[in-house]
Write a protein that binds this ligand. Sequence first.
Ligand code: SF4
Ligand code: SF4
Ligand code: SF4
Length: 409
Amino acid sequence: MENTSFDQCIKCTVCTVYCPVSKHNPDFLGPKTYGPDGERLRRKDPAYYDEMMSACTNCKRCETACPSGVKIGDIIAIARKKHAKKPLSPKTVRDFILGHTDLMGSLSTPFAPIVNAVTDVKPIKSLMHKTLGIHDHKRLPKYARGGTFRRWFNKQRAQQEKFDRQVHYFHGCYVNYNNPQQGKDLVKVLNAMGIGVTLLEKEQCCGVPLIANGFFKKATQNAQRNVSAMTNALQQHSAPILSTSSTCAMTLRDEYPHVLNVDNGAVRDKIHYISRFLLTEFMHGNQPKMKKLNLRVDYHTPCHLEKSGNQLYTIELLRAIPGIHLNILDSQCCGSAGTYGFKAEHYQTSIKIGTPVFDTITENQPDFVITDCETCKWQIEENTPHQAIHPLSLIAMALANDDDSLTDN
Ligand code: SF4
Ligand code: SF4
Ligand code: SF4
C-alpha cells in the first residue's frame, strides 16, 4: 500500500515545532523537510535521500500533531527502508545487537547473572563505547534471572485453560526476557476478573527494534509470522489479542500495513493495548476488588501511546485505583525512543530531549512513576531517583489480599 499522504501537506510546519529531535539537533532538518517535502524530491531522484534521516527517533509526535493527517513518521521510515545504506562497520554490528532483541534475549537469559554483571563493568562499557558506539553512560537492559516469561507460563497453562473467558497475550521480548513480572501481573489481574490467558504459538519480536535499526527484511518476516500466529490463535478461539507494550501494540496494528506492507486486516481489530481492554471491562462492571494504596504517582505518557490515542484509557484506569494521587505530566518525549538513546551519536540528543521530564519528576518526588513503555521506564529510572512501573503492575499491587505483586517469582 503506497503512502501518498504527503499530498495532504499544507506546509504549516506544526510537525517541525513538535519534533523533539529538531529542537535539539540543528543538523536534523525536521519532519516537514524529510517527510512530505523530501518525499516529492526522492520520487524524482533517490539521491535526495539524506543519511541524517537516521536521527529520526520514530516517536511519531509529528504525526500526532499534523492537522492534515500526513503520515510523516511512516514516510521517513519507508524512505530509510528504501534508500539507507548499511556498510559493514562496528556500528552495523551494534545495530544488529540492539535490533535483534529476540536473538539476544534467548542467548543471554540462560546466563543472566553473568551477562548482567559483565555489561555493568566500567572497562567493558568503555570498550563497547569505543568499539561499537554503545554510550558508556547507558545501562544495557538486564535479563531476568529466573528464566523467561514463557517458561513460567508453561507451568500455569493448565490453570489458565480452566477459565471460561480467555484472551490471547502478545507478551513481547521485554516481558519474556527482561521483565517477566509484568506478564505475571497481567495474568494475576485478568484472573482476578475471571479471565484466563493464552499465549500465541511461536510469537516473534514485533519488529520495532529491527525497523529502528534498519533490518527491514527480518522485521517483515517477523510481521508475517506474527500475523500468521494471531490468525491461527483467532481460528482456535475468537478473543482479544492484548499487548502490555504501547509500542508493540502500535507496531502490530499500524506499522505492519503502513511501514512493512504486511496485511494484518484479518487480525487488526482484535489487537488492543491492555488499558483499553481493562477500562472497558471495568465500565461493564467487571472490576477486581482493590484495596486503597495511598500513593502519589506521576504518569508519563509514551509517544506511541499518544499516537494511538490510548492514553485516555490508561489515565481513567489509574483514576479507578483507590487512593491514588495522580499527577499527569505534560506530554513530552523522554528521549529514549527504544534503542536510539543507547547510540553514542544520539545519546546527548536523547538526554536533552528527556531533561524536562527528568527535572519535573525529580522535583515532584512521587512514590512511583507510571508509564506504559519499557524504554521510557529505563530512561526515567536512569535519569531520576525514582522507580517507574507499568499501570498494570500498580493494579496488581492494589488487588485485595495481594501485597506481593511486584516481587512474586
Ligand atoms: S504538520 Fe502536516 S501539514 Fe503541517 S507541514 Fe507538517 S506534514 Fe505538512
Ligand atoms: S518521528 Fe519524531 S523524531 Fe522523527 S521526524 Fe517525527 S517528530 Fe521528529
Ligand atoms: S517492541 Fe515489543 S516485541 Fe519488540 S523489542 Fe520491544 S518489547 Fe520486544
